[in-house]
Design a binder for this molecule. Structure first.
Ligand code: KIV
Ligand code: ZN
Length: 511
């Protein structure tokens, strides 16, 4: 029998650490359901000690997910471990992932602790975590820059204390494949009790080597890979799940390893994560980029038509391309709408929420003939944004754009229940709309990013807009979708403004 690779997805935790990618509880639930459908083995749902909201998200995911292990992150501190233990309590299978830094620079500069103190704190945290669950993962943070002898010492102690998975993070993406693989082999061969734990890797992409380093580790004995959808994550991101999975599946001749992932769920899940976080996928991104299976040159097209294998090493359908069938239309009723959303992992806590989403669906179906899963996901994101106590809401907008004239926007916003009107001219219709919003809200936020994507193909597709705003060092993303991209842009801007208003006193786990 082939060995099996455990796929540990940390989109909801490390992915969420990308500036502006923070997610609400409901958004996390939707992604968690998509990961479960994909048959991900472990879902790291968040860092429960970060804030009450983070705790509630992990708790909700733990209660909802039945077929994947749900994991909560904890620094090697009593309160963190206890919060993680409480948050994963409802899970069918729950894991605590505790960590402490082990590199000289982190121990001296960040922790200001001696190596002996670090070992005893790690042992204490692992033991405490075992009081909550038998499934405990330990990570020596910045292992990629830690001394091998010290790593052997702390890992042996963590396994003796009860850790069942040992994760080796290349926290700053400093390692290169041959060396990282050799590190994993060295640890497995030199730690006397290494056979009592599964070795895992967690690679960051600062040098663009996260996937290569992870695969090198796999060749050298690692049996769990930590990764994220679309490679989302702190700074340059983490190893991309879709690339790891498809490399292992496409090259079984080379790796001879099994992965339990249903790869047909990859593209839908990638689209969901990009809709929710507002992080667009670059067109030439492997597996999930819009061009990943597109052939432009005549010679390539000719070859593919004669025999697909001439230029394609994977089937587009195997990773979920082309699965965006028309799911609902103008005549679909409430039951069909509810059933399809249920399949997508969306449930409603009350009739008001459901009715709001259904009304939005009917409005959209009037404008757009065919409604795809991606449309439904965007629609639900908007409906749930409406349910939250948004301070600013768009009531009405009119934008005039005519050749040879300066575009002008007029709008009415509802601000804490009071209607206020604004107008502005701009360099283009979107610029005019944003200035009109600012003429009412005076937020003073800096626009850092504006991007538009079509949700599905065709000119009747909804435009999905992401707006990133920065104010006083805080960065937030807002999303909006509409068949009219100027309206989508205004919705995205207002969504970001509302997010700026929410009080986010979250602790970052690694700072
Ligand atoms: O990059 C890192 O070191 C981490 C740890 C918390 C595992 O994300
Ligand atoms: Zn990380």
């Amino acid at each position: 029998m082939k060995d099996r690779i455990i796929i540990f997805d940390t989109t909801l935790r490390d992915g969420e650490q990308s500036p502006g990618a923070s997610m609400t509880r409901d958004e996390k639930l939707r992604i968690a359901h998509a990961l479960e459908r994909m048959k991900v083995d472990v879902i790291e749902a968040g860092f429960p000690a970060a804030s009450r909201g983070d705790f509630e998200s992990v708790y909700a995911v733990a209660g909802a997910i039945k077929n994947s292990t749900v994991c909560g992150l904890a620094r090697a501190l009593d309160n963190d471990v206890d919060r993680a233990g409480e948050a994963i309590a409802p899970a069918a299978r729950g894991r605590i992932h505790t960590f402490i830094a082990t590199s000289p620079i982190h121990m001296q500069q960040k922790l200001r602790m001696s190596p002996d103190e670090v070992v005893s704190q790690a042992v204490h945290a692992v033991k405490r975590a075992r009081d909550f669950t038998d499934d405990v993962e330990f990570s020596p943070e910045d292992a990629g820059r830690s001394e091998l002898d010290f790593l052997c010492r702390i890992i042996e102690a963590a396994i003796n204390a009860g850790a069942t998975t040992i994760n080796i993070p290349d926290t700053v993406g400093y390692n290169v494949p041959e060396q990282f693989g050799a590190t994993i082999r060295h640890l497995i061969e030199n730690i006397p009790n290494s056979d009592r734990a599964i070795f895992s890797v967690h690679c960051h992409n600062d040098l663009g080597l996260a996937v290569a380093n992870s695969l090198s580790a796999v060749r050298n004995g690692a049996r769990q890979v930590e990764c994220t959808i679309n490679g989302l994550g702190e700074r340059a991101g983490n190893a991309a799940l879709e690339e790891i999975v498809m490399a292992l599946k496409t090259r079984t001749d080379s790796y001879e390893l099994e992965v339990g992932i249903d790869s047909t769920q990859i593209v839908p899940c990638s689209k969901l994560v990009s809709t929710i976080t507002g992080f667009a996928v670059q067109p030439n991104k492997a597996i999930v980029g819009a061009n990943a299976f597109a052939h432009e040159s005549g010679i390539h097209q000719d070859g593919v038509l004669k025999s697909r294998e001439t230029y394609e090493i994977m089937l587009a359908q195997d990773v979920g391309w082309g699965s965006n069938r028309m799911v609902l239309g103008k005549h679909s009723g409430r039951a069909a709408f509810r059933a399809r959303l249920h399949e997508l992992g969306v449930s409603f806590s009350n009739d008001e929420e459901f009715n709001l989403a259904f009304n939005r669906f009917k409005d959209l179906a009037d404008k757009k003939h065919e409604i795809f899963d991606e449309d439904l996901q965007a629609l639900v994101s908007e409906a749930s944004a409406d349910i939250q106590e948004d301070i600013v809401k768009l009531v009405f907008m009119q934008v005039c754009s005519e050749t040879g004239k300066i575009p002008e926007a007029r709008l009415t916003l509802d601000i804490r229940g009071q209607e206020e009107k604004g107008k502005a001219k701009g360099d283009g219709p979107v610029d005019a709309a944003f200035k009109a919003i600012e003429s009412v809200t005076h937020s003073g936020a800096n626009l850092q990013l504006y991007s538009v994507n079509n949700i599905t193909s065709g000119t009747d597709s909804q435009g999905e807009v992401t707006v990133r705003l920065e104010k006083n060092g805080r960065i937030v993303n807002g999303q909006g979708a509409d068949v009219d991209i100027v309206v989508a842009s205004a919705k995205a801007y207002i969504h970001a403004l509302n997010r700026l208003e929410v009080d986010y006193n979250r602790i970052h786990p690694q700072v």
